[in-house]
Design a protein around this ligand. Structure first.
Ligand SMILES: NC(=O)c1ccc[n+]([C@@H]2O[C@H](COP(=O)([O-])OP(=O)(O)OC[C@H]3O[C@@H](n4cnc5c(N)ncnc54)[C@H](O)[C@@H]3O)[C@@H](O)[C@H]2O)c1
Ligand SMILES: O=C(O)[C@H](O)COP(=O)(O)O
Length: 524
């Protein structure tokens, strides 16, 4: 039987031609959700970019659908969970448009600095205004790069050739990587206060939503320029409009928006010193050929029963495997990885996975993939799956070693993650997963919910004081446990909460509870 592929967004002809060698291809762009629901039962593969919203209703109607391919990075327009539930693979092309996005950021920076769109519009109105469009030079100015991943690094390389000074904020990148790109790694606060131009290159994650909002604009230089080629939502649009109107910053260039297409009544459209493009970061001929070929090859692989190298989801593991002890450890491995990155940051020195006790003799491959998936998920723009975790870890230069060891006294098996940054260990008791060690502290908590980790010196009243502050802010503690090294000695209080703890509440705890160490928040 010949495979049928529906290409629902415009992709480069090279990708369509490659698909045509192996399947019957229909290119039908601009279809509505009802159109797609009607059409999709005839297709084995669906190829999109960011325009088509691949909803659960479309996925559920895809009776013979095997693969959904995204010719680009972001799969935020695809209901990946719905696809996973139906065993449909989602693949993407995370590398092909990096240079295009970086060059677009540079183009926007130059357009802003030299008022190019405004000057162009003026001359077309028959004017000849020169003094109105006085610009600023990039040479000698400071560029603040928020997010020093693939695109951020390419922007850094290009900005150096303009003789710019580079600052970077990225909690998951080492100072030496930043240094090799000519950038100095600083806090977000320091970056915002000192940059003449701020360019944003982080993925949209719960932790990066509204990363640049009112309080960030408050500390930026009044003549600073802001550029966002990453994702709408990282910069709060309401706060941006206010910042520009009140002169907190001088200008902004945006390629991405909270809502796309940008609604025609958006106040952003009427702001003066702005440059707006309709999500064009990846729209170069070269990038489009690369991503189209990359996904076409993967579609052909999947339809012919071969594994896809860029799968962002993975078919569910067999239920019989998940129900057993190994299944619980796979789930625990994912949670320990996610917790590790949130508590210790992304390890720059490499991570060791230690399989202890009975676990030492099991097949570790899926546990290892689950640890990597967990470590990378909180900081990645791509969806990390069991399939692509290993490649993604290599791409970030994460060194992973494995070892076997003895389980701690009283346990038959455990899983330990350790690096120079810290230690996290968990176990499975019956069907219950538990975290039993956090750095040097023996702890015991279920890895689920919101967490506040409060290192302190054990003395009467500390737990009560923290509980009172949380209570005053209507934050409910669902479990509390203290791991201490000695009476009145170093102690780790672990609070499991029903709600997340906002910044200001953490600050209040730091100020009001004497002897409290570095508070850390996490959620699972
Ligand atoms: N406009 C476009 O057409 C276009 C094209 C390509 C990429 N993008 C977007 O650009 C962004 C960057 O893409 P990439 O390929 O460089 O991704 P990437 O995953 O390689 O890099 C993202 C970087 O952000 C860092 N990061 C994560 N959380 C952070 C936080 N809270 N604070 C600071 N840094 C944080 C990560 O450590 C990583 O280094 C993504 O959102 C991507 O979707 C847009
Ligand atoms: O996620 C991506 O790859 C970029 O945002 C580009 O999106 P596009 O393919 O719709 O241009």
């Amino acid at each position: 039987m010949e495979f049928r592929v529906l290409v629902a967004d415009p992709i480069a002809p090279e990708g369509v031609e490659l698909l045509q060698k192996y399947s019957q291809v229909d290119v039908k762009t601009g279809l509505s959700e009802p159109d797609l629901i009607q059409a999709i039962p005839q297709y084995d593969a669906l190829v999109v970019r960011s325009e088509t919203k691949v909803t659960s209703r479309i996925i559920e109607a895809g009776d013979r659908l095997q693969v959904i391919a995204r010719a680009g990075i972001g799969v935020d327009n695809i209901d990946v969970d719905a696809a996973t539930k139906r065993g449909i693979l989602v693949v993407n092309a995370p590398l092909g448009n990096t240079v295009a996005a970086a060059e677009h950021a540079i183009a926007l920076i130059l357009s802003l600095a030299r008022n190019i769109p405004q000057a162009d519009a003026s001359i077309r109105r028959g004017e000849w205004q020169r003094s109105k469009f006085m610009g600023v030079e990039l040479a000698g100015k400071t560029l603040g790069i928020v997010g020093l991943g693939k695109v951020g690094a390419e922007v850094a390389r290009r900005a150096r050739s303009f003789n710019m000074n580079l600052l970077a904020y990225d909690p998951y990148v080492s100072a030496s990587i930043a240094e090799s790109l000519g950038a100095r790694l600083v806090s977000l606060d320091e970056l915002l206060r000192n940059s003449d131009i701020v360019t944003v290159h982080v993925p949209l994650l719960p932790s990066t939503r509204n990363l640049i909002s009112s309080s960030e604009f408050d500390i930026m230089k009044p003549d600073a320029l802001l550029v966002n080629v990453a994702r709408g939502g990282v910069v709060n649009e309401e706060a941006l409009v206010e910042a520009l109107k009140e002169g907190k910053i001088a200008g902004a260039a945006l390629d991405v928006y909270e809502k796309e297409p940008l609604p025609p009544d958006s106040p952003i459209i009427h702001l003066e010193h702005t440059v707006l493009t309709p999500h064009l970061g990846a729209s170069t001929k070269e990038a489009q050929v690369k991503v189209a070929l990359e996904v076409a090859e993967q579609v052909i692989d999947v339809l012919n029963g071969r594994p896809a190298r860029g799968a962002v989801n993975a078919p569910s593991l067999p239920p019989e495997l998940l129900a057993g002890e190994l299944g619980h450890y796979i789930e625990l491995a994912d949670k320990l990885g996610r917790l590790y990155t949130q508590v210790h940051g992304f390890s720059h020195t490499g991570i060791e996975i230690v399989y202890c006790g009975d676990l030492a003799s099991q097949d570790h491959r899926l546990i290892r993939s689950a640890v990597l998936r967990g470590l990378l998920e909180p900081i990645s723009s791509e969806r990390i799956s069991f399939v692509n975790a290993e490649i993604m870890a290599q791409e970030r230069g994460l060194r992973v070693t494995e070892a076997t060891g003895m389980a701690p006294e009283g346990y038959t098996s455990s899983l330990r993650l350790q690096s120079a940054e810290g230690v996290l260990e968990g176990t499975v008791i019956g069907e219950e997963q538990r975290v039993i060690r956090l750095d040097k502290f023996p702890v015991d908590f279920i890895p689920s919910g919101y967490f506040l980790f409060c290192p302190h010196i054990d003395r009467p009243g500390v737990i009560g004081a923290i509980g009172t502050i949380l209570g005053n802010h209507n934050i409910n503690i669902s479990a509390a446990m203290s791991g201490r090294l000695a009476p009145r000695g170093e102690t780790m209080l672990v609070l499991t909460l029903d709600e997340p703890v906002p910044d200001e509440v953490c600050e209040e705890i730091r100020q009001k509870v004497p002897g409290i160490g570095n508070l850390t928040r996490a959620s699972l």
